[in-house]
Write a protein that binds this ligand. Structure first.
Ligand code: F6P
Length: 255
């Protein structure tokens, strides 16, 4: 039965890799919507994958959310790749402290026995603050580290769930609904076709900064996120997906 289970998972990984046109897909058994420990298993799988690609002196940019918190929870010392530096990918996106990239970044670095730098910017940013903040030398320094990161690890969420969790303004929620957004990542909201319908204004990594030379790893699972994952990958922006069986089955079956 175990062998059957493993080979079933391998088939899902291959099908998903082909469907989403990715370099690498890891599917962990179970559905994190129903079983909380499945999220930790995605975290573990992400750490395992990270170790297979990391070299010393890597800069790893990360986003926030509960899945990324699970990655931090499962992190172990990166002994094979010393001097790694963790940075948050973008400034504040409206998340509560425990879901913020800064918090998770510090935790992840501690467990990895690496270093970290944080990005302190007010949240949300007005156009004026944006301009003045991006001319602060200390901010410029960390922004350069972020843009020079060689690995990015990020979550993907449901558009409306994320807008609500971030206490988006009624106008923003309206825009997200009007645009029929289904997925969200990095503060960008996507519709089913993968088009950007709204974007949170903050500093740091912008979608167009992601490049082929980087390892960009998405970690997201749960049947309820299948549509969100598919929308994000429409114009492929990451090359690796770590997910669970719940999301994988639904994505292959219905989307
Ligand atoms: O707000 C940070 C973020 O990574 C979002 O971009 C993403 O949609 C969300 O968190 C995922 O959160 P969770 O893992 O809790 O579903």
């Amino acid at each position: 039965d175990f062998i059957k289970e493993v080979s079933g998972i391998r088939v899902l990984e291959k099908q998903l890799r082909e469907k989403l046109n990715l370099d690498h897909v890891v599917v962990v058994p179970g559905d994190s919507d129903e079983l909380p420990w499945v999220k930790q298993e995605m975290g573990r799988a992400c750490v395992h994958y990270l170790k297979s690609i990391l070299v010393s002196d890597s800069i790893i940019a990360i986003t926030g959310g509960t899945t990324m918190a699970a990655v931090a929870e499962m992190m172990t010392p990166l002994t094979g790749s010393p001097n790694c530096l963790f940075v948050p990918a973008r400034g504040g996106l409206g998340e509560r402290v425990e879901n913020q990239a800064n918090t998770i970044c510090a935790e992840m670095a501690k467990k990895a026995k690496g270093d970290y730098r944080l990005l302190y910017v007010p949240d949300p940013l007005s156009e004026k603050t944006y301009q003045s903040i991006t001319s602060e030398p200390s901010i410029i320094e960390i922004l350069n580290l972020i843009k020079g990161s060689d690995t990015v690890i990020h979550g993907i969420g449901n558009a409306l769930t994320m807008a609500e969790r971030r206490k988006a303004s009624p106008e923003q929620v309206e825009k997200i609904k009007q645009g029929q957004a289904v997925g969200e990542a990095f503060g960008y909201y996507f519709n089913q076709q993968g088009e950007i319908v709204h974007k949170v204004r903050t500093v740091g990594l912008q979608l167009e900064d992601l490049s082929d030379s980087q390892h960009v790893i998405a970690v997201a699972g749960g049947e309820s996120k299948a549509q969100a994952i598919a929308s994000y990958f429409k114009p492929a922006k990451s090359n690796v997906l770590i997910t669970d069986e719940g999301a994988a089955q639904k994505l292959l079956r219905e989307i």
